[in-house]
Ligand binder design. Structure first.
Ligand code: IMP
Length: 182
């Protein structure tokens, strides 16, 4: 069994499709204001592993918009709370380069081992309007082709998403470690 420390139900539902033995633990941890998602995850894991002596996952994600020089990036949570999707659409008015990517860093630790981290990314474009009611956060304005990520089921989103990719990379690492041990 692995604990996923997060308050985000959407994230948990997505991760749960990759790890069947996952349990959501909503206990919070300090989010370092850092320049990279990797630093946020490494710092958070130190705090979480000091409190939970079991296998744990934490994950940090961000939206990086090319035409805005990577904004909101590591500030994605704060910007979603303050400007929201309407604010991003407004900022994008007149911006030609609408390419963007989501990045997800998942960190894993268990007692007696060095933590590991895996990255997943997905490229898409920022649409001209919000569409769809599935997913969460920036999903309604992040498009893959002509559909936003809020217009596809979790299973479909997971196949190509940043989180699906980072979680599957961790799963593969854990499965391989298990094979090496047997
Ligand atoms: P955090 O990883 O919880 O810090 O997420 C940063 C911000 O990006 C939050 O506002 C999330 O809602 C948003 N976000 C994270 N992952 C996704 C995703 O898969 N789709 C859309 N928005 C996301």
């Amino acid at each position: 069994m692995i604990y996923f420390v997060t308050s985000n139900k959407g994230k948990f539902a997505e991760a749960r499709e990759v790890f069947e033995d996952l349990v959501q633990k909503n206990i919070g941890y300090p989010e370092l204001q850092a320049n990279t998602l990797e630093e946020v995850v490494a710092f958070g894991l130190v705090d979480v592993t000091a409190r939970l002596k079991v296998p744990v996952i934490i994950e940090d994600a961000g939206l990086f918009i090319e035409g805005l020089n990577g904004f909101p990036g590591v500030y994605s949570a704060y910007v979603q709370k303050t400007l929201g999707n309407p604010g991003i659409l407004k900022l994008m008015e007149g911006v030609e380069d609408r390419r963007a990517y989501f990045a997800s860093i998942v960190g894993y630790a268990e007692p007696g081992m060095e933590p590991v981290a895996f990255r997943g990314e997905v490229w898409g474009t920022i649409g001209f309007e919000a569409r769809g009611a599935m997913g969460f956060g920036y999903d309604p304005i992040f498009y893959l082709g002509d559909k936003s990520m809020a217009q596809v089921e979790t299973e479909e989103k997971n196949k190509m998403s940043h989180r699906g990719r980072s979680m599957r990379a961790l799963k593969e690492w854990l499965d391989n470690r298990q094979l090496r041990r047997n």
